[in-house]
Design a protein around this ligand. Structure first.
Ligand SMILES: NC(=O)c1ccc[n+]([C@@H]2O[C@H](COP(=O)([O-])OP(=O)(O)OC[C@H]3O[C@@H](n4cnc5c(N)ncnc54)[C@H](O)[C@@H]3O)[C@@H](O)[C@H]2O)c1
Length: 363
């Protein structure tokens, strides 16, 4: 057993909580239980996050397995290794080998057949929809990193049930470097390096005039959107290099990294996403020598929970008026592009920042 695996512990009944039964895989018990971190992990405050444990839930044909990674033990076990660096639901039909075999070479290259794919922020929203799309395009293994235990567990259970593909959920706050490293070590011990990383975890602050912007909120947003992107890319990229994978990293930035939104004031969000875009381009140049591609998707206004705030209702009308297609993007509007960037069809593409915004940035 590897060092990382040895840190897995059995599920702790003391910290179990019942979760609303929701599309449980048939093989599972009728009362769906999930492990909550013993520390107060879904933080609403703005402290530096430092978990002691990372709960893992693994769904395979053999059933559901729950584990706890002890962050300190996992970190100690790998301290000598060099470091280079609202729940969605719906159909999800996996691409079968039989169908894949009948596809033309071009269509095959646009699939992600047999790939292991990590999606952060896939407990809901755009990340969840891109994860579904990857399963429909042939992914043979899905790994979800998200801070939301309940949504993450439900997403993993549902996607495994619908597709039969192994889906593992790690409850990780992307700001927490020890937790990120520990989860990536555990993932690596279990599955090896992934072929693809889609980094969708992110938060937004809008209608925040700079003159009164809470300083801690500013730091927190940069920490999740930019530092989190760095931590995840570094940890996963190192594993891709170690296994000599021809990796594809897809960073979910925003059109706010390229244009200033109107009418709301949100300088910090815009700065964080501009940082993601430039980080992606720089990393693409640095990691081309390792055969790892890095591209950004920059969505316009999307109709997700992130924007489902009554305070934004009036502004949404303005956003639609300023968008040539006169609508917000649907939650699945990034799916095709995400799969394309993950797939070998985009193998000559790296360092690109693709705007997908219904034409908003044309005016
Ligand atoms: N919705 C939009 O209009 C829009 C537009 C442009 C870009 N984006 C970007 O797309 C990405 C996804 O947005 P969405 O609309 O799906 O949002 P969402 O809030 O619906 O989903 C975000 C997911 O990220 C997770 N998450 C948040 N903070 C985390 C953290 N610290 N660690 C780990 N997981 C964390 C959440 O639990 C959630 O599951 C974000 O990066 C966002 O900035 C969204």
């Amino acid at each position: 057993m590897s060092a990382a695996r040895s840190v897995f512990r059995g599920a702790r009944s003391a910290s179990r909580v019942s979760v609303r039964a929701f599309n449980q895989p048939k093989a599972f018990s009728p009362t769906f239980t999930a492990i909550r971190s013993v520390s107060n992990s879904v933080k609403q405050d703005y402290e530096i996050v430092s978990e002691k444990e990372v709960p893992v839930t693994l769904y395979t044909k053999d059933g559901k397995i729950e584990k706890i990674i002890n962050v300190d033990e996992a970190t100690a076990a790998h301290k000598d290794e060099p470091v280079a660096g609202a729940f969605e639901s719906g159909p999800c039909e996996p691409l079968t080998k039989k169908v894949h075999d009948t596809m033309t070479p071009t269509m095959k290259s646009m699939s992600v057949m047999g790939k292991t794919i990590v999606v952060t922020g896939a407990a809901r929203g755009l990340g969840n929809n891109m994860a579904r799309a990857c399963l429909e395009a042939g992914a043979s293994n899905l790994i979800i990193f998200d801070v939301n235990q309940e949504n993450g567990d439900m997403a993993a259970a549902e996607l495994h049930k619908l597709t039969g593909v192994p889906v593992t959920f790690y409850k990780v706050d992307v700001r927490d470097e020890k937790a990120v490293d520990s989860a990536v070590e555990a993932m690596y011990a279990q599955w090896g390096a992934p072929d693809v990383l889609i980094n969708s975890a992110g938060i937004a602050d809008s209608n925040m005039p700079l003159e009164t912007y809470d300083r801690e909120k500013f730091r927190r947003l940069i920490d999740v959107n930019l530092t989190g992107t760095f931590l995840i890319c570094q940890a996963i990229g190192n594993k891709m290099m170690k296994d000599k994978k021809k990796g594809s990293i897809v960073l979910i930035a925003s059109m706010s990294g390229s244009v200033v939104n109107y009418p709301q004031e949100q300088s910090c969000y815009n700065a964080s996403k501009a940082g993601v875009v430039m980080f992606g381009k720089s990393l693409a140049a640095e990691w081309a020598k390792y055969n790892i591609r890095v591209n950004c998707i920059s969505p316009g206004y999307m109709d997700t929970a992130l924007n489902n705030v009554p305070a934004l209702d009036q502004q949404k009308k303005i956003w639609k008026e300023l968008t040539p297609q006169h609508r917000l993007g649907s939650v699945d509007d990034l799916n095709g592009l995400a799969v394309f960037l993950a797939s070998d069809a985009s193998k000559f593409m790296t360092g690109s920042n693709v705007l997908i915004d219904g034409g908003y940035t044309l005016y």
